[in-house]
Design a protein. Structure first.
Length: 672
């Protein structure tokens, strides 16, 4: 007969409280959740014990650099589930856990009240409480110590047991006892969960992508970063706060791509900025055609003066001319003939790019070198990085390198450009990326948009994945924009800017409504800036630009805190599938936004909305005002069903600020 294994011994067999299913928790605590400075963290757990004794507990939390744990109350919310909240106030990483214990005083007090109501109080019942209070006085100090000692003495000496019982049930006594519980047999959850705290821009940002070499009125001349200073007021004037630059490094000449990705470039073709490296340097060098590192530093400073942060594209790949190719050939994959393997995504070939081989035996040196690339640009004032194709590099590398950077500067933000399988995208977010590109460019119908955003803004995924919506990029000109004209661009802007708190556009292609593909069925732009210089300083003066509409939408985002978060998104029904309706609100309903968008760029669409007024913070019986922040119009809504009409040739969307009716003491009504 097999010998039975003895159950593992408890640290103290008298620890009776059980703590289970503590949340939020990602992959059993393997990865941290995410917050920004000032946000709350709400923690729940199952907390229970044998028998019927009362339980008390605390939420424990601390910044990892603090020695002492802070404590917050937890409360019972039903079915042995408890909840507590704490606020994160510093960048970096916090730990949190839950501690709970049998509260003998609360048990005694609860039962004493029942005995008193039943007329069954005995002297021993009062004496038991006096002993508990006397023990608490030994844990107390100052005035509380004396007060508890006096209470214990009074209970022990008052002859009238009913008078003593009423004294014991004093709310003042309960409040003091709460401050000095007996935690000698407390149970602490066996795991410490983590939360990474970033700055606010990780949660709320508006990105503008711009090719610096195109900041010229003449496409035959390569612009410099000094020239780019002139575009900063234009971008800031549209309300963006992140100015994102594609790679600024030297561009290789070997297998350089020509206009429209042709294999044979003209002599002056600048090549793709993502083919990084030349005899003038690699990832820690600036393309000499853009200027010097001193001019880069000046550009970052000028951008900051305009209210813009510079984000830099980091693409870990090399042109055949990169210094790494000669200095570290072991960092690349070699073909049987000895040649280095260029990048491929069959049937696509990228002869101008060599990917790193992360399975090299020299992987530690490779990791450290790539870490130092980030640190180099951090030293030059960059605090935001858009990372190109991170899904083609190991997850372990990203977890390590992001941690390494944040240990030195916890304010650095990372955007993951990984249009790949969902679980891969989520794993990158768990590994530390602050924000992530999404499938938004290819979600067009109401059902698609609702289904997708329900996934990424709710539940466990929302604890670590922050979507960043882009209607277009230099690589992506969706069919909807190709065929929908100006209304399509306006529609996608409103959706991107209001469905998620982080969004961006590739400009000025977007506001200039550039929508011609390289060929039918392609999402590549004709005359793409990836392969040629465009005279953007001349382009932005063209009539018909959407820049004023972009500026309006960004102003609406800045002025309405409800639009600065993702996890408050609620979809509502409309009886017309060409309409999508959703709302966002602050936790106290002080700011409520209701958005209705016509998804058909070609036709007027109308329909009845089904919106529960309580979800907008108003009564189902009261009128409320819907103030359209796009047109300025004001509409009086009543109940849950209201009718809207949207003409895409004028404005394809309503962005309503909901204002509740308020009546003053002087019987004057206004909308708040």
């Amino acid at each position: 007969m097999a010998k039975k294994e003895r159950p593992a011994a408890q640290s103290d067999g008298r620890n009776r409280v059980v703590i289970e299913r503590m949340d939020p928790r990602i992959d059993c605590g393997r990865f941290p959740i995410k917050r920004v400075v000032g946000e709350p963290v709400t923690v729940e757990a199952d907390v229970f014990a044998d028998g019927h004794d009362a339980i008390s507990g605390l939420l424990l939390h601390r910044h990892i650099r603090d020695e002492e744990w802070a404590e917050s109350a937890i409360e019972h919310i039903g079915n042995d589930r408890w909840r507590g909240t704490f606020q994160v106030l510093k960048l970096g990483e916090y730990e949190y856990s839950i501690q709970a214990w049998i509260d003998h005083f609360k048990t005694w007090r609860r039962d004493l009240r029942k005995r008193l109501d039943a007329g069954q109080v005995e002297p021993a019942d009062v004496q038991m409480g006096a002993e508990l209070i006397d023990a608490a006085s030994g844990r107390a100090s100052g005035a509380d110590k004396k007060a508890l000692a006096d209470w214990a003495s009074s209970l022990a000496t008052i002859p009238n047991r009913l008078e003593a019982a009423n004294l014991a049930l004093s709310a003042e006594l309960a409040a003091i006892m709460d401050r000095y519980p007996d935690r000698s047999l407390a149970t602490t959850a066996g795991e410490r969960l983590r939360v990474v705290v970033e700055r606010e821009r990780a949660r709320f940002s508006s990105w503008y992508e711009f090719f610096p070499r195109s900041c010229t009125p003449d496409a035959s001349r390569h612009a410099t970063l000094a020239d780019c200073v002139s575009i900063l007021p234009y971008v800031a004037g549209m309300g963006f706060d992140v100015f994102y630059l594609p790679p600024v490094h030297p561009v290789g000449r070997t297998h350089r791509k020509g206009k429209n990705n042709t294999l044979v470039p003209a002599r002056k073709d600048p090549g793709s900025p993502w083919a990084i490296g030349a005899d003038t340097g690699g990832h820690t060098a600036l393309n000499p055609d853009l200027g010097t590192l001193e001019q880069f530093d000046q550009f970052v400073a000028e951008a900051a003066q305009s209210g813009l942060e510079v984000a830099l594209d980091i693409a870990f790949q090399c042109s055949p001319d990169h210094p790494y190719v000669k200095a570290h050939p072991e960092w690349f994959q070699h073909r049987p003939d000895g040649a280095i393997q260029y990048a491929e995504n069959p049937p696509k070939k990228y002869e101008d790019i060599y990917p790193f081989n992360f399975e090299t035996s020299d992987w530690k040196a490779l990791w450290e070198e790539l870490r130092d690339v980030f640190l180099f640009w951090v030293d030059h004032g960059v605090r935001i990085f858009r990372v190109d194709n991170p899904h083609t590099k190991p997850f372990a590398f990203w977890e390590w390198v992001i941690s390494e950077i944040r240990q030195r500067n916890p304010g650095v933000i990372f955007l993951s450009e990984a249009f790949t399988r969902p679980k891969v995208m989520y794993r990158l977010a768990k590994a530390g990326f602050s924000q992530s590109y999404t499938y938004f460019p290819w979600r067009n119908t109401s059902w698609e948009l609702r289904q997708y955003h329900d996934v990424v803004t709710r539940g466990e995924i929302a604890e670590y994945f922050r979507p960043n919506s882009w209607p277009n990029t230099p690589d992506i000109l969706p069919e909807y924009l190709q065929t929908g004209g100006r209304p399509a661009f306006m529609t996608r802007l409103v959706l991107a800017a209001t469905l998620t708190a982080n969004y961006g556009i590739y400009g000025p292609a977007f506001e200039l409504v550039e929508n011609v593909p390289r060929e039918p069925g392609s999402e590549e732009y004709l005359d793409s800036e990836k392969y040629e210089i465009r005279a953007r300083l001349a382009d932005i003066e063209k009539p018909g630009s959407l820049k004023d509409f972009v500026a309006l939408i960004n102003r609406i985002r800045r002025e309405n805190p409800a639009l600065q978060s993702d996890r408050n998104l609620v979809f509502h029904n409309a009886d017309n599938p060409e309409l999508i309706c959703y709302s966002k609100r602050t936790h106290d309903f002080s700011n409520v936004i209701l958005v209705v968008v016509n998804l058909d760029p070609h036709h007027v669409q109308s329909g009845w909305l089904d919106v529960n007024p309580r979800e907008l913070g108003t009564s189902s019986q009261a009128d409320y005002q819907a103030h359209d922040l796009i047109s300025g119009g004001r509409y009086l809504f009543h109940g849950r069903n209201n009718f809207v009409v949207l003409d895409p040739s004028k404005a394809p969307a309503h962005v309503f600020r909901i204002r509740r009716r308020v009546r003053t003491e002087q019987d004057f009504e206004y909308y708040l």
